[in-house]
Ligand binder design. Sequence first.
Ligand SMILES: *[C@@H]1O[C@H](CO)[C@@H](O)[C@H](O)[C@H]1NC(C)=O
Ligand SMILES: *[C@@H]1O[C@H](CO)[C@@H](O)[C@H](O)[C@H]1NC(C)=O
Ligand SMILES: *[C@@H]1O[C@H](CO)[C@@H](O)[C@H](O)[C@H]1NC(C)=O
Ligand SMILES: [Cu+2]
Length: 554
Amino acid sequence: MMLQASVSVLALAAVSLAQGTAHIPVTGVPVSSGSAVPLRQNINDLVKSGPQWDLYVQAMYNMSKLDSHDPYSFFQIAGIHGAPYIEYNKAGGRSGDGWLGYCPHGEDIFLTWHRPYVLLFEQALVSVAKNIANGYPAQYRAKYQAAAASLRAPYWDWAADSTVPACTVPNTLNINVPSGSGIKTVAYTNPLRTYYFPHIAMTGSYGEFSGGGQDHTIRCPSPQENYPNTANANLQARPYKGWIYDVLTNSQNFADFASTSGPGINVEQIHNAIHWDGACGNQFLAPDYSGFDPLFFMHHSNVDRMWAFWEAIMPTSPVFTASYKGQSRFNSKTGATITPNSPLQPFYQANGQFHTSNTVKSIQGMGYSYQGIEYWQKTQAQIKSSVSTIINQLYGPKSSSKRNTRAADLVQTRYFAQISVNVTEIQTRPAEINVYVAGQKAGSLIVMKLPAEGMVNGGFTVDTPMRTLLHGGNRNAVSAFSSDVEVEILTRSGQTIPLESVPSLAIDLESANVTMPSALDQLPKYGARSKHRAQAAQKGQRVRPPPPPPPPAQ
Ligand SMILES: *[C@@H]1O[C@H](CO)[C@@H](O)[C@H](O)[C@H]1NC(C)=O
Ligand SMILES: *[C@@H]1O[C@H](CO)[C@@H](O)[C@H](O)[C@H]1NC(C)=O
Ligand SMILES: *[C@@H]1O[C@H](CO)[C@@H](O)[C@H](O)[C@H]1NC(C)=O
Ligand SMILES: [Cu+2]
């Protein structure tokens, strides 16, 4: 009964929204200023939290069942990203002339737009969880209310542990729900496994909406694939841990760090690979429907955490500063000038203005934080030190915990392959650009459906194959790389797109001498970088020197 009542409170909020009396501001969960704010937790820790886990699971389920017009329903919030292509929160009519979802990709605002997006999800989640906590019987209520008040959107740390969260697998989860004057453990429908689209969406009430060809989200379907095993094999085939360490420590400014629009390795390309691997394609890989896979907000909470870590270690470059020409979105046209003060629709601040990249560049005041960033009790220098320690512990090379190395051993030459490509030339997207060095797969760049056009950049370390290539000889690294590197471009179904049909694809070898940290709260320091264009060849078509003659018989 009590739970039923809380549904209609939300329904009333939807009515007043529809009548235009108010925009829902994206503020996060209010926390009194100066006091400790709850930390977003690793989903694998939240599972063990007791009441908070019980509430998270029920709140996710309830959001998935709320009326599809309710602005706090999972349908409405997940639907902001791509389909359905409708206005949210009275944020203005459609003006896009290409992609008609709200989400930007391959642009400097990739991170800044997704921060208030996860925050909106989080405030809805906590508001529903608080209602559910109120429905627990008297002797448990205070405990559940406190658990709801400190619940935040959990993150999936795919770099520390490259497997999908185990809780996203089973059909049911055992949680404690109210039962009379007590609680009981029940096998509860797992809302983290799949999401069923509302019937009225599938039948066209919100305009074009295919569900990605299904009435619910799917991952690694059998018999060819299996969830979680195929997804975990995909994830473990990429060195996510090292990639994250490199992107956090090698990037020189926010624009390099944040998105595929800037040169070099970036967090967006790593995020793209997770979308490719995590559900073996399917809705999670399609920007129109990815928001509906329950993995999405766990993934993006972690992407947001990576930006927060970046801001902690690079406080001088929290956000981009230059303006650029943006891509089409629901209410922004192709070529519109985007600056750090451009509106991030459909997300309003409390003052009725839209959020901008500048208004979201700090998480302070948003009612959440991450371990290491306890800003209400630490100085900026202390935050930098704690976050650097966490980065070394979770993502650093094993040697970064050995502290007794001689100074001369601390300088390493590091090599990176840097790729850039005009995605307009790759007509079948998403696609995967695999780079081979010394016959080994050195890394991949995923090219998504979005951005719809223009240049996409990314890269990864090639230290291991370069060691093979340079082994024992006095070979010049640049010419050794250039005469060896091979490329293969594959669609999701494994078809080859010939390199010659993608003439814009360029690969550079970047090298730098890097001073490895001598303390756990220090990060690598990059010296001058040098960058040289290589001659990439289609995989398997390199004319190689004949193998050396066999040694004479003894
Ligand atoms: C949550 O879901 C349960 C089961 O469908 C329902 O009885 C209850 O009314 C819902 N509560 C809220 C707060 O949405
Ligand atoms: C990308 O390629 C398309 C098609 O060849 C071309 O029209 C466009 O100008 C190119 N864009 C850039 C940024 O080079
Ligand atoms: C790295 O150091 C080596 C040895 O001192 C030097 O030859 C090389 O040019 C340096 N590389 C870069 C990219 O500065
Ligand atoms: Cu994403």
